[in-house]
Design a binder for this molecule. Structure first.
Ligand SMILES: Nc1ncnc2c1ncn2[C@@H]1O[C@H](COP(=O)(O)OP(=O)(O)OP(=O)(O)O)[C@@H](O)[C@H]1O
Ligand SMILES: [Mg+2]
Length: 152
């Protein structure tokens, strides 16, 4: 799918084919649409290179949940918890974890309050610690103005 219909966000089938985003705003808009498709209490694993748009995506996802506070990369804090009227959003950036075992010290799992979404950048750094029902999104930069996002 080259360009989403501006009147409707992509379907699950379209997400699986992959979607081209032509701007950070479009990535945020796409994320808001996916927020409506993702079941509660599900982890969202955000794979992809530096600058591919993972944090931009979480920003749009947070807006869709009604979260007003600025969403920045939690690279140094590892994770940030946002409370919204409808859902708790936990945004994790695992990039700086030296080993997956380090995640066990974070008590992150004890902090989840249903209904939650756990969005994780650099999920491979967690080893096998993500829930099995996690949704996996792959981000890639095709060119300066074409970022590609696909649901695995
Ligand atoms: N279509 C697009 N979607 C998202 N970001 C885009 C797009 N086009 C350009 N950009 C730019 O690419 C950058 C994406 O940055 P972002 O922090 O979201 O990436 P990231 O995947 O979280 O990187 P990191 O792995 O370093 O955390 C931003 O500077 C944004 O303005
Ligand atoms: Mg990021």
């Amino acid at each position: 799918m080259e360009k989403p219909d501006p009147t409707s966000t992509p379907t699950l089938a379209e997400w699986k084919q992959g979607i081209v985003s032509r701007s950070p705003e479009e990535t945020a808009w796409l994320a808001a649409g996916l927020a409506g498709l993702l079941p509660e209490n599900t982890a969202l694993a955000l794979h992809g290179d530096l600058g591919a748009g993972k944090t931009t995506f979480v920003r749009g996802f947070a807006r869709a949940l009604g979260i007003q506070s600025p969403v920045t990369s939690p690279t140094y804090s590892i994770f940030t918890i946002y409370e919204s009227p409808t859902r708790q959003l936990v945004h994790m950036d695992a990039f700086r974890l030296a080993t997956p075992q380090d995640a066990d010290t974070l008590v992150l799992w004890d902090l989840l309050r249903t209904p939650w979404t756990l969005a994780v950048e650099w999920p491979d750094k967690l080893g096998d610690r993500l829930p099995e029902n996690a949704w996996h999104l792959e981000f890639a930069i095709k060119s300066a103005d074409r970022h590609f996002i696909r649901l695995r």
